[in-house]
Design a protein around this ligand. Structure first.
Ligand code: DX5
Ligand code: ZN
Length: 223
């Protein structure tokens, strides 16, 4: 069996967890070897679904051991407006999308000023050029590998892997250290494709929470 690759961060998405046993599900993922927990916030406007808000993030913060890294992905129209509430709720990284109409640069700067990691996400249809002006202002670039809104969709490799590869090349040539995250349809078949293109943070909901052997699936994903 290949050794774990320490460069790869695995972040199970709680969207696919059993919310009637939320604390147990968080612990199950962490005991299985999850590096981060990924929390998908949806507002019913930016995406065609509604998930949860800051109170849920705060519950998770209270349910996990100190030091657990909470990666919060805001699929909402006004991330600038809601940012302080997610910071107060205990997020370690907050990822905002490039597509809505708000001051992206100022929102990223405010996030970092609060000592929280600043992430920027682009949808499959959004060119990498939309994110490039912010490369020196982010800790994480999220290249969505499905159209956001729902778990359990199929990986859109043709549309998104060229962007991951281009981001990895730009990062290598720049001396910048942002992480490159992929999210949507990540499983044991697609994770190696994303990693080969330069991704180093793997978000996976369905394939991990529904796995018969979550520790084995996380190890294989990272391997
Ligand atoms: C998609 C969310 C994802 C989602 C991934 O809108 O951002 O984080 O939960 O789910 P899977 O791994 O099931 O595609
Ligand atoms: Zn997500």
């Amino acid at each position: 069996m290949p050794a774990d690759n320490p460069r790869i961060t695995v972040a199970p998405s709680l969207l696919a967890a059993d919310w009637t046993r939320l604390a147990d599900e968080c612990r199950r993922a962490l005991d299985a070897g999850a590096d981060w927990l990924h929390l998908d916030v949806m507002d019913g406007h930016f995406v065609d679904n509604i998930s949860f808000g800051p109170a849920f993030v705060k519950h998770v913060r209270g349910a996990v051991p100190d030091g657990t890294f909470l990666d919060v992905h805001l699929m909402i129209e006004r991330p600038d407006h809601y940012l302080p509430r997610f910071i107060d709720a205990g997020a370690d990284n907050i990822t905002v999308h490039a597509e809505p109409d708000y001051d992206v640069g100022q929102t990223l700067a405010r996030t970092r000023e609060e000592g929280v990691g600043a992430g920027l996400a682009i949808n499959p249809a959004t060119p990498l050029a939309e994110a490039e002006p912010y490369f020196d202002a982010i800790d994480l670039l999220l290249v969505m590998t499905v159209v956001p809104g729902f778990g359990g969709q199929s990986f859109m490799g043709d549309e998104t892997m060229p962007k991951v590869a281009a981001a990895a090349a730009a990062r290598a040539g720049s001396g910048l250290g942002f992480r490159i995250e992929v999210d949507g349809g990540i499983d044991l078949e697609t994770a190696p494709v994303a990693v080969a293109n330069g991704a180093d943070v793997l978000v996976a909901g369905t394939s991990l929470f529904k796995a018969e052997d979550m520790p084995g699936a996380i190890r294989a994903m990272r391997g």
